[in-house]
Design a protein around this ligand. Sequence first.
Ligand SMILES: NC(=O)c1ccc[n+]([C@@H]2O[C@H](COP(=O)([O-])OP(=O)(O)OC[C@H]3O[C@@H](n4cnc5c(N)ncnc54)[C@H](O)[C@@H]3O)[C@@H](O)[C@H]2O)c1
Length: 433
Amino acid sequence: MSKKPITAIIVGAGHRGILYASYALHYPDQLKIVGVADLNPHKRAKAAEMFGFGEDMCFETAEELAARPKLADAIINGTMDHQHVQTSIPLLERGYDMLLEKPLAVNEEEMWQLVEAARKHNSKVMICHVLRYSPFYADIRRRILDGEIGDIISIQCNEYVSYHHMIMAYVRGKWSNTKISHSSMLLAKSCHDMDLMMWLNSETKPVRLASYGNNFQFTPEKSPENAGTRCLLDCPIEPDCPYSAKKHYLDKELWGVYVWDNLEHLGELTPEKKIESLKTDNPYGRCVWKCDNDVVDHQSVVIEFENGATGTLNMIGGAAKANRTVHIVGTRGEIEGDMLANRVIVRKFNLRPGEDYYSEDVFYPSDESDVGGKFLGHGGGDGRLVEDFIKYLTGEETSISCTSLEDSIYGHLAVYKADESREKGQAVELTLR
Ligand SMILES: NC(=O)c1ccc[n+]([C@@H]2O[C@H](COP(=O)([O-])OP(=O)(O)OC[C@H]3O[C@@H](n4cnc5c(N)ncnc54)[C@H](O)[C@@H]3O)[C@@H](O)[C@H]2O)c1
């Protein structure tokens, strides 16, 4: 590590921006946060207090910051999906390197604009594909690199999105309407999984794909008879409804960070204020069958790679239990993984007479790094990602998980093309610029 810490400015001091930046509080010798740009004055003040810088280093927007001479080594960009490109380009032009949240852009055209800007300015941009840093996926990647299962024939990835996450984010919440978020559900939720598939099979590249999906569950037509418009206001079936805002956000206190966001103006949040908010203008108080959601709740993608391998990705919203599973079959064996169980099974051919025709070893990948211990999130992935970003900037050797902008192109392109295929109802080709 370098003697002097890398200096960084947070652009978009929301949940994610602050989370990555807080690495500096654990490792001040590696990272120092010296400023913030955010539209919200509460967030600017909170960041200034948290990291100890003055008002002169608080800016309202990325654009205002970019208009000033370069004030730090890097930017931590935690703005919302559709703001990534517009906020990043002026800052790359100003000479900053950047840690940028996924998705790197909300459509292919904007992705190429960002890639071209980074190429032109020789910027070091790393995308926050935190799952690459989980011990589970890093372990699987290492086994593939070590040749344990030979060449990949088929790779199957499944993401099960829990019913409570589904309705919070993709029915009532920030990623439910593409006109507001500009992200499809596949892009917002499973661009990680698509990235993982491309990364695990990086020997080759995707060439064509087909995708299907729809909103099966949360439409007005599926609304039970008598359902109201707001759970706490006018709904006679609320006591029996599995999606009741009262049960999810008051009784079980799920997803408070999103549900009660932007209510700072109400001061201390008492139960009475929360009830009033859910009854009136809080989007998380709405009936799940009467929202303005236009994203799918499940989608499948089938991919063909240049070397003939194939892959499938299933994103299924509404599962009882959230999980990710992966099954990779190679020419010399197979790997089956269950992320929630943190279990990786490696099976190999066994031709020894008198024994079963395959051998099976079970592993439970563990995180032994200091970073994971001190800075949890995504199974320690968030902390290791920031650690790797610092190494990337200082020129030290990065981990196998390091996701440079260039390395993130195929995963994003495959997501944009999957949505195009789903909308057109036909297979589409992938081509690079
Ligand atoms: N890597 C992951 O696993 C993961 C998980 C969750 C969210 N995300 C992604 O992280 C990103 C941020 O999500 P979040 O929930 O933290 O969002 P957020 O709404 O909490 O934060 C975004 C912040 O950006 C600020 N902002 C908007 N326009 C700006 C501008 N022009 N200049 C400066 N600041 C501006 C907003 O005021 C807000 O504070 C999203 O793209 C999301 O998809 C990634």
